[in-house]
Design a protein around this ligand. Structure first.
Ligand SMILES: [Zn+2]
Ligand SMILES: [Zn+2]
Length: 505
């Protein structure tokens, strides 16, 4: 199978740049004297979407991705005038910053804004009532601001995605819809042509209301320490990585460092190691170490291939290897330390990527093609025989994966050195530890450990595969060892009464 470029340009719907027929009034210095009265003839209609014009030379805007929508819009030069207005309207500004709400912004381009016959804060009725000084003084400014609000709200649709012919009210209360005819998209009523469609605005969690538009993923920011990719251009790197800032990770002694795919390519290589016990299982690791040095694990199941957890680095050789094994039916990621570049993996293999809904606040990229499936139930069947089990603990939504008496445990259960050799073990010898922070060695409390046990108890397993190469343990009584390790840790933390101490397997 021929390898296709990993990162095609993205298109979808987030804001639409509108255009209309040419009105010729100049509209200079729009932003500064915002409430300046105008001597232009007022129109009779309210400001709305039916803005005339024609120029189509403003399509294909290129902006940075992954920051607050208002920031992104601010960088799209051909809608700069309208973007400036949205910042002045608190209801709109707040909505664009509200991660729980999807929004489609109908952004008139600068040409349209400049050719408006009257300014967005002007209303002919005001001139009729108050004369030509209608916008002077405190009251005049209030009046202008109300009109401006109405204008901006008329361009905000509180929904995304937004289906063709689906009638929806703008924030200003006007009912609109869109149609596609002869390949042209128009907003109705008013026949307003959409000259460019940017990107679907996808609000993912509480902090990741990101927008992705016409960018090249090669240049997206990747944290060197944790391997997480962000919807932020390399040149616009923030000071720190929020995954590494979290107490469950760390920033190395040298401080925060960033990279991008463009710099990784050619310097790394992925290795594919077949499991010694079960040849249907492959560990995929990156050499030299990339990110936290974890592994992804390919499971060749009769119902389709599943990739458990992820590594950052992806190249043509890796795509060819996985495709030679039958491609991927699904990717499942245990927790945010393995989110890495999952949007690129999912797009490359055209497969869903399963993650816990509880941890969606840690997502750092938009998902323009809806590859993500957020698991909000205790267990989820990925393909027949393969079950994602929510254990919580390390992260609220931490997952393990169960397949054919095997448990893929990532960081939910952390395999310790004593796990590998079992002969004549002394009492008190653990096989696993249960950690809130692994690098900083902060253990989980008894109730969280008990919750992990309750999640695992219904499942049979005789092998565990940890998040890092070599963390494989095979033993018939492994489930008993998990419980034993839990009890050892809880007692070691000084607890003599805990539900987990009462459990038997
Ligand atoms: Zn990081
Ligand atoms: Zn972790």
């Amino acid at each position: 199978m021929k390898y296709k470029p990993l990162y095609p340009l993205l298109t979808a719907t987030v804001y639409l740049t509108l255009s209309a027929s040419a009105w010729s009034y100049p509209f200079e210095s729009f932003l500064k004297p915002l409430y300046r009265p105008s001597d232009q003839s007022p129109l009779t209609n309210l400001p709305n979407l039916a803005m005339p014009s024609s120029s189509a030379d403003n399509a294909d805007s290129t902006v940075s991705a992954g920051v607050m929508l208002s920031d992104v819009m601010g960088r799209v030069q051909n809608i700069a005038i309208f973007s400036g207005l949205t910042r002045d309207i608190d209801t709109v500004d707040a909505r664009l910053d509200d991660a729980t709400k999807n929004v489609t912004v109908l952004a008139p381009d600068n040409g349209v804004m400049k050719s408006l016959k009257r300014k967005p804060w002007e209303d002919p009725n005001d001139y009729n009532t108050f004369g030509k000084n209608a916008y002077d003084g405190g009251e005049g400014e209030d009046r202008a601001h109300r009109n401006l609000r109405r204008f901006v709200e008329a361009h905000i649709v509180p929904q995304s995605p937004w289906k063709e012919h689906s009638k929806i009210k703008t924030l200003a209360g006007k009912e609109i819809w869109y149609e596609v005819k002869d390949g042209k998209k128009t907003i109705q009523p008013g026949d307003v042509e959409v000259v460019s469609v940017a990107e679907k605005l996808l609000f993912l969690g509480t902090t990741s209301n990101t927008i992705t538009m016409n960018f090249d993923a090669d240049n997206l920011l990747i944290c060197i320490t944790c391997g997480t990719q962000f919807d932020i251009q390399y040149e616009e790197a923030p000071e720190t990585c929020r995954i590494c800032d979290d107490p469950r990770q760390y920033v190395p002694a040298g401080g925060q460092q960033w990279t991008r795919f463009a710099d990784l390519r050619g310097k790394y290589k992925n290795n594919f190691t077949q499991d010694k016990v079960d040849e249907r299982i492959w560990s995929i690791t990156t050499d030299p170490k990339c990110g936290i040095g974890e592994r992804a694990i390919l499971l060749q199941t009769p119902s389709g291939n599943v990739l458990w957890d992820l590594i950052t680095y992806l190249d043509e050789e890796t795509v060819e290897f996985i495709n030679s094994k039958g491609g991927l039916s699904a990717i499942v990621i245990s927790h945010p330390h393995f989110y890495t570049t999952h949007i690129e993996w999912a797009r490359t293999f055209s497969c869903p990527v399963y993650l816990s809904a509880e941890d969606s606040q840690w997502l750092n990229r938009a998902d323009p093609y809806n590859h993500r499936k957020l698991i909000s139930v205790p267990t989820e069947t990925i393909v027949e025989g393969v079950t994602a089990i929510k254990t919580g603990g390390h992260f609220e939504g931490s997952l393990v994966l169960h397949w054919d008496k095997k448990l893929f445990i990532a960081d939910s259960l952390y395999t310790v050195p004593s796990a590998y050799y079992h002969k004549d073990r002394q009492p008190g010898t653990t096989s696993y530890s249960f950690m809130w922070s692994i690098p900083n060695m902060i253990p989980l409390p008894p109730n969280k450990i008990h919750d992990i046990w309750k999640a695992l108890k219904p499942f049979k397993f005789e092998a565990t595969y940890g998040g890092f190469p070599g963390q494989d343990v095979h033993r018939e009584d492994l489930k008993e060892q998990v419980l034993e390790s839990m009890k050892i840790q809880v007692r070691g933390e000084g607890h003599r009464e805990s539900g987990i101490l009462e459990e038997s397997w």
